[in-house]
Write a protein that binds this ligand. Structure first.
Ligand code: B4P
Length: 193
């Protein structure tokens, strides 16, 4: 089983690249952002609670997303491996993920961390906001709050995995194809190892 984390700030290209990587490598895509938005679309109690955080650019509480990922892992026993997109976003989530994977006799192979400047992130998200209908993309203050939340709570997740020598920094600016090739190269090296 090959499990990878696609890591980076909001707007760094995680969702965009995940779509291509799961098609190439046959991995199961687990995006906590997508899972939360589908709860919101279904107007579930979990979705309504999550929306109040997401609309302010804040992270949803750890216990909510950890429970969602735990169920998703249990619901996909035949998966060849998982691509985690937008999860873990805190050190507590990273510790919980390690435990869940450990219970299944597997682990994270690599964390691919996309590097993108703050100006480029804001530009991309404002641009997506023109068409996405996402309430967290429409306003620059909310976008900047998401980036601040990333710097305060999520950047430390890379340090957590650096201890285990699992982090590879990947240039996240350039064409979508160029970045996809860089990510594929890192994955191919790990699969061959
Ligand atoms: P997410 O859904 O994870 O969204 P995101 O951080 O905005 O990144 P995304 O993957 O969608 O964007 P991408 O970079 O691909 O999170 C949304 C919210 O959900 C969070 O703020 C939080 O509230 C909550 N949440 C989710 N997971 C959570 C967790 N684990 N714990 C707590 N809360 C959680 O793309 C952005 C744009 O850039 C697109 O328009 C794309 O077309 C464009 N783009 C991509 N690559 C490009 C390139 N190379 N050049 C130019 N543009 C590019």
């Amino acid at each position: 089983m090959f499990n990878l984390i696609l890591f980076g700030p909001p707007g760094s290209g995680k969702g965009t690249q995940s779509e291509r990587l799961i098609a190439k490598y046959g991995l199961k895509h687990l995006s906590t952002g997508d899972l939360l938005r589908s709860e919101i679309a279904g107007a579930t109690p979990l979705g309504m609670a999550a929306k109040s955080f997401m609309d302010k650019g804040q992270l949803v509480p750890d216990e909510v997303v950890i429970e969602m990922i735990s169920s998703a892992l249990d619901n996909n026993p035949q998966a060849n491996g998982f691509l985690f997109d937008g999860f873990p976003r805190t050190t507590a989530q990273a510790e919980a993920l390690d435990k869940l994977l450990n219970q299944k006799g597997t682990e994270i192979a690599v964390v691919l961390a996309l590097q993108v400047s703050k100006d480029e992130l804001v530009k991309r998200l404002l641009n997506r906001g023109l068409t996405s209908g996402r309430s967290d993309d429409v306003n620059e203050d909310i976008i900047r709050a998401r980036i601040d939340e990333y710097e305060r709570k999520t950047a430390a997740v890379a340090d957590y995995y650096k201890k285990y020598d699992k982090v590879e920094l990947v240039k996240g600016e350039g064409s979508i194809d160029e970045i996809f090739d860089l990510l594929s190269k890192e994955i191919d090296e790990r699969i061959a190892a």
